[in-house]
Design a protein around this ligand. Structure first.
Ligand code: ATP
Length: 333
């Protein structure tokens, strides 16, 4: 749905990419935070940028949002150069930071109305509230909302101007499992509205569940980009089959003992399972704990960055608290 009076692609036209970045660089004095990255995000796509602390995610996102100047390279977002800081550009994007300051004594509906008033073509208030699943809390004061509900309100604030592109920074940090599922549903709602979503997250399962494509950044360069499955293929990640046998009986297929269980890593899981289960059935053996695990994005991420998500890269100097306050400070600019 497009607000009246807004320019948009003509029917039948192939939509231009929402984001195009080539050779992007950013240095802070001697620190080369972003060292020449290329990115393309299609219109209507959910795209996740992943990487360890200090990898250059925030710097990249802030350049795309128009909050930070690049040192070199080109960036076009929704047809605009974000570095020019044009009002027309800012009115077409929504930004959801890790913490947004909204007045705690206002109700949900009042907050949305307040933010809607800043835009020429805002989205109808009740639609915004519904997309984020806060309809029942519409008249509740912000100060009475749970943490997860306040986070939903942050997203609603980002949607108030009916942006074409939403930047979502760590949307589920601190959520319980139910709240996370709710937030995922919300992102899917955004996609079904045709919004482009640029997501940063440290949760690999979240990126896997939501993103059409992901890019992994490490040390200021993109080290992999594609769908989660294509990244797993390119990294030659294998499916893991684990099981137990009575008394530890050795299976006839090549398997290793790992942590007291049998483990097979295979490129041909169907064949492997057929061989394994035929042997077990023939021998009258039950394979306790039989588990088949295709490679996850987390596995790919570990292979690419050499560390669990959330760990700093070599050369990282700033504390997480410092980074958080920098992001909050930026929100006030
Ligand atoms: P995180 O996941 O921790 O938020 P990030 O991937 O977003 O990390 P950036 O915040 O972009 O990483 O930082 C990339 C590098 O640039 C880091 O080494 C960081 O210390 C440095 N850096 C970022 N902002 C500044 C700044 N304003 N001044 C100096 N150095 C900076």
């Amino acid at each position: 749905m497009r607000a009246a009076g807004r320019p948009g692609p003509s029917v039948g036209a192939v939509a231009a990419p929402a984001i195009e970045v080539t050779g992007l660089t950013k240095s802070y004095g001697p620190i080369e935070a972003v060292r020449g990255i290329d990115l393309e995000v299609a219109t209507g796509e959910v795209f996740a940028l992943l990487g360890p602390n200090g990898a250059g995610k925030t710097t990249t996102v802030e350049i795309l949002e128009g909050h930070r100047h690049r040192t070199g390279g080109d960036a076009t977002v929704l047809g605009y150069d974000p570095g020019r800081g044009e009002l027309a550009y800012r009115q077409r994007i929504g930004i959801v930071l890790q913490e947004t300051g909204v007045e705690r004594f206002l109700t949900v509906a009042e907050v949305i109305d307040q933010f809607r008033s800043y835009y020429p073509h805002p989205r109808p208030r009740d639609e915004v509230i519904e997309v984020v699943g806060l309809t029942e809390k519409r008249d509740e004061r912000v100060g009475h909302l749970s943490g997860g509900q306040q986070r939903r309100l942050d997203v609603a604030v980002g949607l108030a101007g009916d942006p074409d592109l939403l930047f979502l920074d760590e949307p589920t940090t601190g959520f319980d499992p139910n709240a996370r599922r709710g937030a995922w549903e919300m992102v899917r709602n955004l996609k079904s509205l045709g919004k482009t979503v640029f997501l940063t997250t440290h949760y690999m399962d979240e990126a896997e569940a939501l993103a059409d494509r992901v890019a992994v950044i490490a040390g200021g360069v993109i080290v992999a980009e594609g769908t989660a499955e294509s990244l797993a293929d390119r990294q030659h990640m294998r499916t893991r089959v684990s099981f137990d046998t009575p008394g530890g009986t050795t299976p006839p297929v090549e398997a290793a003992r790992v942590d007291g269980h049998w483990l097979i890593e295979t490129d041909t899981p169907t064949r492997t399972l057929a061989d394994l289960t035929s042997w077990a059935v023939g021998a009258g053996i039950e394979l306790d704990g039989l588990h088949v695990a295709p490679p996850t994005l987390e596995d790919v991420y570990l292979a690419l960055t050499g560390q669990p998500s959330g760990q700093p890269t070599a050369g990282e100097t700033e504390s997480p608290a410092g980074r958080r306050s920098r992001r909050r400070g930026r929100a006030r600019r």
